[in-house]
Write a protein that binds this ligand. Sequence first.
Ligand code: ITT
Length: 208
Amino acid sequence: MLYPCKSIAMSTLPRLILATRNAHKTAEIRAMIGDRFEVLNATAFPDFPEIEETGTTFLENAQLKAEGISCHIDGWVLSDDSGLEVDALDGAPGVWSSSYGGEEGNHAKNNARLLLEMAQETERAARFRCTMVLARGGKAQAHFSGTVEGRLVEKLNGTNGFGYDPLFIPNGFDLTFGELGDEIKNSLSHRSRALGQVVAYLNKQGLK
Ligand code: ITT
């Protein structure tokens, strides 16, 4: 008697390991390249260490994360260090975007502090920046960067995305990333611009 084949939970796509536990970054990256790569993040590997972000630039932190994870697994590892730079605040919160409100990863507190710091400011220009590092065998192989310019609004608008998205309007639009939604964000974000270069690089290495 013949039995129907069981579906096997294994992907035939090339694997890309993200050196992050941030579910939002992972979801965005997966939405952008999940049809071309099997995208896993550090939560799939409970033995991976926590990497301390002791750098003072996006590139330093991205390199620490990519190399720190890549020495524990074969294959390509991709890190993402990103943040918001505000002109009126001399580039703050920048590299310290995720703890700006005093508590690591607390987006409500980060946004509350940003609103407070910007309350009297008329100069509202800001940008998101993303630096990605690809590592293999514990060594960084290449780095990539993407930015999206825009301006800050005076109150939270929208619930899409994460982090500072409800406060940021990208140039050319009148709505925040929080209102525009994933599809538009992923078509022009700092992350998508860096990721486009990552994919081109991996394709050149024969990974398609
Ligand atoms: P990993 O280090 O594990 O990747 P993380 O959340 O600590 O995760 P970062 O150190 O790169 O990541 O800090 C990113 C912070 O920058 C994030 O917490 C947000 O506050 C902000 N940020 C980055 N990209 C963003 C985006 O697309 N939209 C809104 N805020 C963003």
